[in-house]
Design a protein around this ligand. Structure first.
Ligand code: GLY
Length: 337
């Protein structure tokens, strides 16, 4: 494995190559770059729609997003449609309806959305609304703000006509009661099974967008907000460069502003894969020889449609779809591969 210094040197060289080939005719140069440096799926997707999502439930999210993209719809509409799928799935215990509650039995949701023009909307610590991603979108489109929290976010959702419902399902309540039997306070990451839905799309016109949605750490302290609603942490989009999303232990992503980091590294010439690896290295490098329970996964696409993904530990999966193909991939990992 290269040292971080060697890795960054490699990335910087790639940056020179991209810079020399591109800039003047960015679209065509991006396509050539993708062909010359095949990514894990070994294909250039320049000019074609693409959607990628975290975890195996990303397959269903991608299918919903694809219905928008294949009809020529906007990436922003596609990622919202995709994120709404796990939000409505009661069997998914880390997103929306059926999400595991906090220590006090409240299901509190975080979500954000961002487009290629740098517009962003976000809600955090929101209760009683099944589709926080759609509330986040309206924060972006109908207010001068980026983020609304808690009671204020709920009030805004009510004003916008979102229906309210109890999001704590019987399954999730049973799991919470079981957890409460243990004497010690220990929130649990759902990362072994799944976690945040992060979804990134590029539409037929080359526009990028992304969204994230989660109920956060199971049995967290009441009031805890994770990385998912933080623009630049679990999600960042730059229409000229690419988009990145994160899943896993949000505190590690927030401390390193991982989504922004991945996109910024791509801007400097890293491929999506190189950028994800460097962002993971900054977390994993501080964990010593054993990451314990810590898991973070990054997923990124660039403007040419190349995909990158990397995780602290094995187990992180992502799904991508470009029309002809629908693929679920095991992401490579810093530890244990
Ligand atoms: N990545 C989700 C969270 O930490 O809340």
């Amino acid at each position: 494995m290269p040292t971080r210094r060697e890795f960054l040197a490699t990335c910087a060289l790639a940056g020179v190559a991209v810079g020399a080939a591109g800039r003047a005719a960015a679209g065509a140069a991006d396509a050539r770059e993708a062909e010359e440096q095949p990514e894990p799926d070994a294909a250039s997707r320049a000019g074609r729609p693409l959607v990628v999502s975290t975890w195996n439930f990303g397959v269903a999210a991608n299918a919903a997003a694809w219905r928008v993209l294949e009809g020529g719809g906007a990436a922003l509409d596609a990622v919202e449609a995709g994120a709404r799928v796990p939000e409505s799935d009661p069997a998914n215990h880390s997103v929306g309806l059926g999400g595991y509650p906090d220590r006090d039995g409240h299901v509190t949701l975080d979500a954000c959305i961002m487009d290629d023009r740098g517009r962003a909307g976000s809600v955090c610590f929101l209760e009683g609304i099944e589709h926080p991603v759609s509330v986040a979108r309206l924060v972006m489109e109908r207010t001068p703000h980026v983020m609304l929290a808690g009671a204020g976010a709920l009030r805004f959702a009510r004003e916008q006509g979102f229906p309210e419902r109890d999001l704590l399902t019987e399954d999730a309540r049973r799991a919470w009661l079981e957890w409460r039997r243990e004497a010690k306070y220990e929130p649990r990451a759902n990362a072994e099974r799944h976690d945040t839905l992060g979804i990134l799309a590029r539409d037929r016109d080359g526009r990028l967008a992304g969204a994230c949605t989660t109920s956060g750490l199971a049995f967290k302290l009441h009031g805890r907000v994770g990385d998912s609603p933080i623009v630049g942490a679990a999600l960042f989009v730059d229409g000229r460069v690419g988009a990145a999303t994160a899943t896993g232990h949000g505190e590690f992503v927030m401390r390193t502003l991982g989504g922004f980091l991945v996109v910024e590294l791509m801007r400097q010439g890293c491929s999506p894969q190189e950028a994800c690896e460097e962002a993971i290295a900054r977390i994993a490098g501080d964990l010593g020889s054993d990451p314990g329970e810590v898991q973070v996964g990054y997923l990124a696409i660039d403007a040419a449609g190349r995909i990158g993904a990397h995780a602290v530990r094995p187990g992180f999966q992502y799904a991508w779809r470009d029309g002809e193909r629908e693929v679920l991939v095991d992401a490579p990992a810093f530890f244990g591969d």
